[in-house]
Structure formats: C-alpha cells, structure tokens
Design a protein around this ligand. Structure first.
Ligand code: KIV
Length: 277
C-alpha cells in the first residue's frame, strides 16, 4: 500500500474537488479513518479535551500526545499523519521546537508536525523544515491562544486583523510550511488566502473555499457531548447509540440473558467428578 506523501497533499492544491481530512487519536479509529480513504490524519491536540478530559488544549504534554501519535501511526499506514505540537513544545525556543518536532517523527512515526501561529513562529518553522520535517501551519482562531483571544472568538473580522492573517499566511508559506489550517475566520478571508497561497489551505470554520477541510473525529460522529462547535456537522450520534447499547448489555447481565452456554466453556469430561469441594 503506497502511503500518501507531502507532495500528494500539495498536488491537491487548487483541485476542483476539495479534500477531506480528519483527526484521530487511537489505533482503532485511525484504521477506520484510513478505510474511509481520508488522505491526511491530524493527531490534534484536541486530544486534550476529547481523549483526556482537560478543559482546553493548553494542558496536554508532548509525552501525552506521543501516546496518541504512536497509536495512530500503528493503525493507519496509508494516510499522511501529522502530529500536533502542544502548547509550550515550540513557543519557548527554536531549540525546543526542533527537539519536540524531532521526537514526533522519530518516536511517534509521524510524517510531519503542525504548530499554531504566524510571523512569530517563523524561526521555529524554518528550523524544523531545515531538519527535513514537514510543517503544517495553523492560523486564525488558534486554540492555544484562547486566553489572548478572551475565548473562542472568530478572528480576522477587522481590516487590521484580517490583513495580519493574510500576512501571516504568506510568512508561513515563505518559511516552508507545506500547508496551512485556517480556523474560525470569515469565508471571504479564507478565500483570499486560498487564492494567494501556492500551498493547500485546510479549513475548519473557515467556509467552503479552502482546498481541503478538517474536522474533529468526535464532533462529526457525535461522540463528544460537552459542546458542539458551530463549524461542525454531525453525521452520526454514536454517543447516544453507545449509551443505549451499554444499557442493553447491563440489562442482559441483570436479567441473566448474557452470558449463556453459547459464550461459555465446559470442563472436559470426567474432570468435574474428580473435584472435591
Ligand atoms: O487539535 C485539533 O484537532 C486541530 C484541528 C481541528 C485543526 O488543531
């Protein structure tokens, strides 16, 4: 099975048909995402909330992310797998960013890393790319800057902030990013950025004009019920369906309907008679 390369993703730039990407965090879900022919899996730091139950993406560590990245790379062999660099794994210094990006490739088996921010992370992107590690950028409503934004608020609504995001996008491309996620920005802005960049844009809450789209696995499948982001669409309600099925299991146990002889094993002939009890 030929795995998807950075070049394959870059070749999707400007294609008539936008491409779908998705997050995954474990072996089983990564296999399912691969079966659905998704070309790129992001092991997002959204794992902080949907897998570890933290309130936002700030607390998750490199070591915690590494467990998820390794599980996903064991599960999915064809899609390009990008590891999300958590808060404080790259902001603190260029050296930290290189060491941590290197860990995701060497220990995690990822094909690239993603980090949030514009001009201010250009030195980190240049350094990581110079190590031979592909970098995906992330602009707009970047969740690691939640406190600076005073909450999850759409970014780029004024002339100054919209212009800053355009300039940041160009800076990321010049620094060597192979693609850029645009999150929580007006669709007119993501359309402009998609037109001016030569690298693919991947939108989430950024309208329909990006080259590709990304969503969180748990959001589209109805598995995370703490809140439903406006940018998502629910394709299933597996959360409720899992609860219903677990209730059926519990009721079967209580009613002695399960397990039956069918799911049990018998002692070999002659053993029972010889037991003293
Ligand atoms: O952490 C994440 O899941 C993300 C995407 C949704 C872009 O950063």
């Amino acid at each position: 099975m030929q795995s998807i390369s950075i070049q394959n993703i870059q070749d999707l730039k400007g294609s008539e048909t936008p491409f779908a990407t998705l997050t995954a965090y474990d072996y089983t879900s990564a296999k399912l995402v691969e079966k659905a022919e998704i070309p790129l899996i992001l092991v997002g730091d959204s794992a902080s909330m949907v897998m570890l139950g933290y309130e936002n993406t700030i607390p998750i560590t490199v070591d915690e992310m590494m467990v998820f990245v390794r599980a996903v790379t064991r599960g999915a062999k064809k899609p390009l797998i990008i590891a999300d660099m958590p808060f404080m794994s790259y902001q603190s210094s260029v050296e930290d960013s290189m060491r941590n990006a290197g860990r995701f490739i060497k220990e995690g088996g990822a094909g690239g890393v993603k980090l949030e921010g514009g001009v201010r992370v250009v030195p980190q992107i240049e350094a990581i790319v110079s190590m031979g590690v592909p970098v995906m950028g992330h602009l707009g409503l970047t969740p690691q800057s939640l406190h600076q934004f005073s909450g999850y608020k759409i970014q780029g609504k004024s002339v100054a902030t919209a212009q800053q995001i355009i300039d940041d996008a160009k800076a990321l491309e010049s620094a060597g990013a192979f693609s850029v996620v645009l999150e929580g920005i007006p669709l007119e802005l993501s359309k402009i950025i998609t037109e001016v960049l030569d690298i693919p844009t991947i939108g989430i809450g950024a309208g329909p004009f990006c080259d590709g789209q990304i969503q969180v696995f748990h959001d589209i499948l109805g598995l995370f019920e703490n809140f439903i982001p406006k940018h998502t669409k629910r394709y299933a309600n597996f959360g409720s369906s899992i609860v219903e099925n677990i209730c059926s299991y519990r009721k079967d146990i209580e009613a002695r309907v399960f397990p039956t002889d069918k799911q049990s094993v018998h002692l070999p002939k002659g053993v029972l008679e010889k037991l003293t009890y």
